[in-house]
Design a protein. Structure first.
Length: 392
């Protein structure tokens, strides 16, 4: 047995569905108005029988287009709506032009075209909902120009006729409404994703805290108490405990919403270990994606240098401050420090890790990266990187 095919609506489809349905209700109302106008005007037509045929075509197209534009749960519905909107314009323009076939000049020059301006507005509404205000305005201009051409009013009267302003205004207003609805739907879906991530983080935190973290903490404590070979096991357990706590605390904030900025905090706290202590503000620190990546890479390089040169027992402290005008990131260790002139010697030897990976990255962001060690004590004092990056 073949399973029924399910069509999932995109954010744009979900957002504009009520507008499409309201537009089809408006189409029905304008159809009734057009039929009433036909009854009132047919005595003044030269070809009354043809006028009724054209009205019948308008009624059939109104029903067919309304049904097709209201359907959503079938394959290629999005593409079909585009063709229906195009068909709307073809039918509207053809019916407006046919006014000259059923009435004389004196009539169509001073009255509405055959399907009425109100019914012709349906094409403008459909175009605006489909592609926004630009296409809506262009559609309004096209229908208005057709009406003026058919009625032969390209002259002084064109500036006093309300047809063009009404059609253009409808296209602009409905187009803006459709775009606003789509933007609101995207924001809603983003909020739903963030809420789901937060709930998952809390659920995972409870399970991990009640199980894995308690076991790792117990292994770390008992291994340290026993000593000997178990100290290595205790150290590894402590590292994994810190890593798990960081993962749980940052799971909700690491949701990528696709925006131009990201929160800098989780990019730094992911480096936390039993010997690396990271302190960040309680509120998010939004930074441009590229700038955040460069700052995180510079901090990672500084921490790597600590691991290589500061000594096995060195501890590192990373502090992030957001003053509003600039970001200040401090990376300080209590290791053996750097001998005076060692950085310049390393650069002469072609070892460009510090100058390119840290200083170069930060200077490319318009900031500064200063290493404090020689002037404040040299060997045995430890080192401190002070990174400053201006906002904007």
């Amino acid at each position: 047995m073949t399973r029924p095919r399910t069509i999932e609506l995109s954010a744009a489809d979900t957002a504009t569905a009520p507008l499409w349905r309201a537009a089809q209700a408006f189409r029905l109302v304008t159809l009734l108005y057009a039929v009433g106008q036909q009854i009132a005007s047919v005595p003044y037509y030269q070809n009354q029988r043809l006028s009724w045929v054209l009205i019948a075509i308008m009624a059939v197209w109104s029903g067919v287009s309304a049904i097709m534009l209201s359907q959503w749960h079938f394959p290629d519905a999005i593409r079909l709506r585009g063709w229906v909107v195009l068909g709307d314009h073809v039918v509207v323009i053809a019916l407006m032009a046919s006014t000259r076939l059923v009435a004389d000049y004196d009539w169509y020059h001073g009255h509405q075209t055959l399907p009425t301006t109100l019914w012709a507005t349906n094409a403008v509404i459909s175009a605006a909902i489909l592609r926004g205000p630009l296409l809506g305005v262009l559609s309004g201009v096209l229908i208005a120009a057709t009406s003026i051409t058919v009625r032969d009013q390209w002259g002084q009267d064109v500036w006093t006729d309300a047809t063009a302003p009404v059609l253009v205004s409808v296209g602009l207003a409905l187009g803006l409404a459709a775009n606003t609805a789509r933007a609101a739907q995207r924001q809603l879906e983003r909020a739903v994703r963030l809420t789901a991530a937060t709930e998952e983080r809390e659920r995972l935190a409870r399970q991990v805290h009640d199980g894995v973290l308690q076991v790792l903490s117990y292994i770390k404590r008992r291994g340290t108490e026993i000593g000997g070979p178990t100290e290595e096991l205790a150290r590894r357990a402590g590292e994994q405990e810190v890593a798990l706590r960081v993962l749980i605390s940052e799971q909700g904030t690491r949701v990528d919403d696709g925006g131009a900025e990201v929160d800098l905090r989780p990019l730094l706290t992911e480096h936390a270990t039993p010997t690396v202590f990271v302190s960040t503000p309680g509120d998010p620190v939004p930074v441009g994606r590229w700038a955040a990546g460069e700052i995180a890479a510079a901090v990672a390089t500084a921490l790597s240098n600590v691991g290589l040169h500061a000594g096995p027992d060195a501890k590192t402290y990373v502090l992030l401050e957001d003053t509003g005008d600039e970001l200040i990131i401090s990376v300080r260790d209590d290791g053996v420090g750097i001998a005076p002139g060692r950085l310049a010697e390393a650069e002469r030897e072609g070892r460009m890790g510090v100058s390119r990976s840290i200083v170069g990255r930060i200077e490319a962001l318009g900031g500064t990266a200063e290493l404090l060690t020689e002037e404040t004590g040299g060997v045995g004092f430890g080192t401190e990187w002070e990174i400053r990056v201006p906002r904007g």
